[in-house]
Write a protein that binds this ligand. Sequence first.
Ligand SMILES: [Zn+2]
Length: 92
Amino acid sequence: MSVLNRARTAAAGALPDWTGAIAPHLPEWRVCFSTDGSPEPTGIAPVCPDEDHEPADGSVYECCSTPVIEVECTELAEYLVVLLNADRGEAR
Ligand SMILES: [Zn+2]
């Protein structure tokens, strides 16, 4: 098993509990505005399950799932979301 596959498998085992997703389903991630006050979205968080939270709204409210992870770079946040959601598709 490659290093990448080992890391994917370990994360797939840990992420449902950490994020509140129902195993074996992995959380769907989104880019979000985190708590650093920057004008661009520089964090990632699970997609909010609240039907009143517009999917295009990148803010984090009381309704939102955790964790909110600050990565300090919009491009990195967008890249991580694409990577994580791509693996989510494969894990199903
Ligand atoms: Zn929310």
